[in-house]
Design a protein around this ligand. Sequence first.
Ligand SMILES: [Zn+2]
Ligand SMILES: [Zn+2]
Length: 325
Amino acid sequence: MKKDKQEWHWHPALPLENNPLFKWPLSFNNIGKWYLTMWAPLSETVFCLIIALISFYLIYSPSSNFQNIDLNWIVQIHFINLIIILLVAGGLHIFFYKLKIQKKDFKYDLREFANNKIFIFNSQLLDNMFWTLFSGVTFWTFYLSIFLWSYSNGLAPLITFYANPFWFCLLFFLIILWESFHFYFMHRLLHIPIFYKLFHHIHHRNINPGPWSGISMHPVEHLFYFSSVLIHFVIPSNPLHIIFHLIIMTVGAVIGHCGFDRILINKKNKIYLGHFHHQLHHRYFECNYGTIESPCDVWFNSFHDGTTEASTKMRKNYFREKGSV
Ligand SMILES: [Zn+2]
Ligand SMILES: [Zn+2]
């Protein structure tokens, strides 16, 4: 515990638990608690769903027509996405790092953002904003536009809430699971040395990430990262699912990288924000490639539960692989 205090300014209760849906024997009590927390009224997931609904109604205005590829509607969608990311990433940055309203309460790492020459403009913040705004939001618009056009032309299998309410609702849960599985394998691929050097190093410049680090990535990484949404060409879905899927991958990533475990609303209420599981990946690299929703890290022995024992074990494995032990 002493070492933990040196490693982190603050961390959640350890060891971290993985999604109990994949833990045998099944505990319906734990699974229920897990999903109730995930879908609590004041939660990241519900926040993403609300943004997805607003975005859906803005995109599908009475005059909208996506049958032909037209720069007009693509630019409008791009503008909506830009506003979302500016409000969420910019808002969290101003709240936590500019105005410092919550001081250091529930901050994982006390260090300030880095300003050195590995970053564009010698600034972690400006570098992160650059990759997010110029590449991240562009690929987000690209994938969303492909789907809007495909649905309008009957090229993607479509369902509606009224025709199939059960599947319509279940899909929101499945999207989060699928995204986690896809992220794990895509992310492991990016840690192959050549791909790491070419692409993934941009995201890993952020050893101590902030909100703008969430989708600060190389364009090739964005292309693969957002490709999890292509599953909807196979699984019957609705444009709202596509919008939600992409919001989880953008807004969810921004929130998860914010560096603070939670935001305090008042003495009683809080919203969980930071993903400590992924914060560990930014510090130790060769662990926690997926998210805590899928069991891949546990199955493939890359799960870091945040404890000092896990860090020691990981370091030993690293040096064994390098042939130093
Ligand atoms: Zn990250
Ligand atoms: Zn990585």
